[in-house]
Every structure is written in C-alpha cells, then in structure tokens.
Ligand binder design. Structure first.
Ligand code: ZN
Ligand code: ZN
Length: 145
C-alpha cells in the first residue's frame, strides 16, 4: 500500500466525551467551516463552531446512534446533534443527506482538510479576537488551578 493509499483510506475515529457515541470517517475532509454566527455561538457556548464536511459515503457510525438527540432551529437551516448522556456535539447529515457535518473537536487523530474557512467573522465576539496575542500555557499556569 502506498502512502497515498494510507492517506486516503485511513479512518479517523471520533466520539463524544462519555464514549457512548462513536464513529469512523474517512480522513480527507473537503472543508472546515469556523462559524462565528450568533446561532453557532449559542449552540456551542463558545466563540465559533468548528465543523468539517465530508461525503456521507465516507462516514460510519460505530455505536450510540440511539443516544443522539437533534435540535432543529425553527425556520432555519441550522441543526445540532448531541449525545443525550454527556451533551457533546456529534455529527449530523446536511439538508439533502449527501454530506456529514462533523464537529472537528470530536475527532481523535489529526485531521486532513483541504480548505479552512472562517464565516460570519463579523459576528465574532471581542473576547475571542486577537487570540494569537493572548498569554499561552501548555496546561494550567503555574500556581493556579
Ligand atoms: Zn456522550
Ligand atoms: Zn454559524
């Protein structure tokens, strides 16, 4: 097997925090959308959502589909799926069912992604701007917990 084959067919595994929900996905993603729109900030409780897009044929559930809850924003093309046990975001299909949208933080291995795009950057909160200038520590800062 060549290294290209390894790259193409290696499956990246993902799971929720408690491990009830797990999946495997081909590790070649078309794009990563980092979205700072108001809905994505509320859904994640964070500065932006980090969602990978992949063809649905490259995606397999391994366990826990019965524990997934989905929420559809009324009147909008925005939805969210999460583990009912731990609340972690888990993958969900796009509107026409051709792609899976995978929360990037749920994957265990480094991600191969063709293109990264930030959208609704105009709605990013001020506390999340200039992050490269924020003091940085490998773990908790010394003397603090
Ligand atoms: Zn869970
Ligand atoms: Zn958004």
């Amino acid at each position: 097997m060549t290294s290209l084959d390894n790259h193409s067919f290696h499956k990246n595994k993902g799971r929720c925090l408690c491990g009830v929900v797990s999946f495997a996905v081909i590790n070649t993603f078309e794009k990563l959308l980092l979205c700072s729109c108001e809905q994505c900030r509320q859904i994640t409780g964070s500065a932006f959502a980090s969602n990978l897009f992949v063809s649905i044929e490259g995606f397999d559930w391994l366990a826990g589909t019965g524990e997934i809850v989905s929420y559809q924003v009324p009147g909008r093309d925005i939805s969210k799926s999460f583990c009912r046990v731990c609340g972690s975001g888990v993958p969900w299909p796009n509107g026409d069912g051709t792609k899976m949208i995978v929360p990037a933080g749920s994957l265990s291995d480094p991600v191969n992604v063709v293109e990264r795009i930030r959208i609704f950057a105009s709605e990013q909160p001020a506390w999340a701007s200039g992050l490269e200038k924020v003091s940085r520590h490998a773990a908790f800062p010394e003397g603090r917990q």
